[in-house]
Write a protein that binds this ligand. Structure first.
Ligand code: NAD
Length: 366
């Protein structure tokens, strides 16, 4: 097949070319990000490959379909940037790579957490300048502390497993409690109560209309004063202004971000010569207790190998009798969406019934 690869970086070429060696599809690499204006660049190709900051909204999809595209492959697990209803209406097939490496993101979460609680960025800068003083670098043990994981899917479960290994008490909030996590001793509860008990809060749920700004002024008020917040999930889960105010007052003790709500214009380019024009992010990174990485949680060799393999498998399977299993537009495909909980900011949520906890533990036991 002929495929236009949007938002293509050198690493995309490297891993996609390697995965394509046997299949022999024709890959046309484009630096441009997909949107309604750039969609015409794919004219004449049967397929496109897009990444998280491409915009496959209704008009971009219509322009792709007009140009002859029939298959949209996502180099990501998440698909909140794709209008699936429009894709279906246009007869486009949309595929994703749901299982590429939850370990990559889980381990990055732990990297941010440890770096913050042990003040590694400061220590690193000091030692490079020949300064071996340790005043101001005192951290705290994670052992014996409590973490709240919001979202216990593939990534949240691994983060929980690692932090249980550190000797932390692991609480979680998720409308679908994971049997594996329950069996390991993770305690599920309501959003308000898990936030209230946690020394560390880490976000691992998807960005949906009902999870946008899940961390806001109200829910920050439920958290322990001085708690550490980590977000490697999606930037829109956090109200950045509320967070900056909470850092200023000390209500929030430290913040680790791999994602940011308005990251799209920033990623993945070297903007160092231009100055940061995003005032809200500029404010956040001035805090000494804030550590931000540029959406690199997925960026490991293993994850990129799996993403490329999934993309090529989707191309190989297209139009054959053995459809690619992770097809979001397939009839009966799960939308991946869960029934909406009551809006956050209320004391709503998912108290786990005893019966369902027992059922889940029994399921985990086999
Ligand atoms: P997953 O679908 O396996 O798990 C998501 C979990 O969130 C599910 O258990 C679901 O029940 C739960 N959930 C849904 N709505 C919720 C709500 N309102 N409150 C609490 N929990 C809720 O997803 P995953 O693979 O574990 O990915 C988690 C997040 O990580 C996604 O948002 C994804 O976009 C993000 N991600 C980030 C990177 C990165 O590079 N930083 C890479 C991959 C994925």
């Amino acid at each position: 097949m002929q495929i236009a690869v949007f938002s293509a970086k050198a690493h995309d070429r490297h891993f996609l070319d390697a995965a394509n060696a046997r299949s022999g599809h024709v890959l046309h690499y484009l630096e441009a990000r997909l949107d309604r204006h750039t969609a015409a660049l794919a004219a004449g190709r049967e397929a496109v490959s897009i990444f998280v900051n491409d915009r496959a909204d209704a008009s971009a999809l219509a322009a792709l379909a007009d140009g002859g595209v029939r298959l949209v492959t996502l180099r990501s697990a998440s698909y909140n940037h794709v209008d699936l209803a429009t894709a279906r209406a246009l007869g486009l097939t949309v595929t994703h790579v749901p299982n590429y490496s939850p370990h990559a993101v889980a381990e990055h979460t732990i990297a941010l957490l440890l770096a913050l609680v042990r003040r590694i960025p400061h220590a690193y800068s000091r030692v490079r300048e020949g300064n071996f003083a340790i005043d101001g670098l005192m951290g705290f043990d994670l052992h014996g502390k409590t973490v709240a994981l919001i979202g216990m899917g593939k990534i949240g479960v691994i983060v929980g497993r690692i932090l249980l290994g550190f000797g932390m008490r692991v609480l979680a909030y998720d409308p679908r409690p994971s049997p594996e996590a329950l069996a390991r001793g993770v305690e599920f509860g309501r959003l308000e109560s898990v936030l209230a008990e946690a020394d560390v809060v880490s976000l691992h749920c998807p960005l949906l209309p009902n999870t946008r700004h899940l961390i806001n002024r109200t829910t920050l008020g439920w958290m322990k004063r001085g708690a550490v917040l980590i977000n490697t999930s999606r930037g829109g889960l956090i109200d950045a202004r509320a967070i900056a105010d909470a850092l200023e007052t000390g209500r929030l003790g430290a913040l680790g971000l791999d994602v940011y709500e308005d990251e799209a214009p920033l990623l993945y380019d070297d903007q160092s010569g231009r100055g940061l024009r995003d005032e809200s992010l500029a404010r956040l990174i001035t805090f000494p207790n804030v550590l931000v990485t540029g959406h690199q949680g997925f960026f490991t060799q293993e994850a990129l190998t799996a993403i490329a393999a999934g993309t090529i498998a989707a191309l190989d399977a297209f139009g054959t009798e053995r459809p690619y299993p992770h097809t979001l537009t397939a009839p009966g495909a799960s939308s991946g969406r869960v029934p909406p909980p009551a809006p956050h900011g209320s004391a709503s949520s998912f108290p786990l019934e005893k019966a369902s906890r027992e059922k889940a533990v029994a399921a985990a036991a086999g």
